[in-house]
Design a protein around this ligand. Sequence first.
Ligand SMILES: [Zn+2]
Length: 80
Amino acid sequence: MKYKDFKKEFHGYCRRCINERLGIHYVHKDCEYWEFPETCVKCGEVKNIVVGIRFFSRMKMWKVKDLQPQEKQNKNARKS
Ligand SMILES: [Zn+2]
C-alpha cells in the first residue's frame, strides 16, 4: 500500500486499529501523533491518533497488498 493511500484510508485512526487492518506491527516510534488524544474513528476510544508514519517505517506498509476486512457496514456499502 502506498503512503498516499494510507493517509486517505487511515485518517483519524489510532495505532492499534492501523496495525489490525494492515496486519503489521507499528510501534510507538514508527508513528507521528496529534498533540492531544482524540477519539479514534474506528474503535471509538480516546487514543493517540496517528497523523503520519516516519519515513523509514513506511517500507512496512509498502509490502501490504490486502487490508484486513472492514466491519459489516462497510462491506454492505461496497455491494450496493
Ligand atoms: Zn482505534
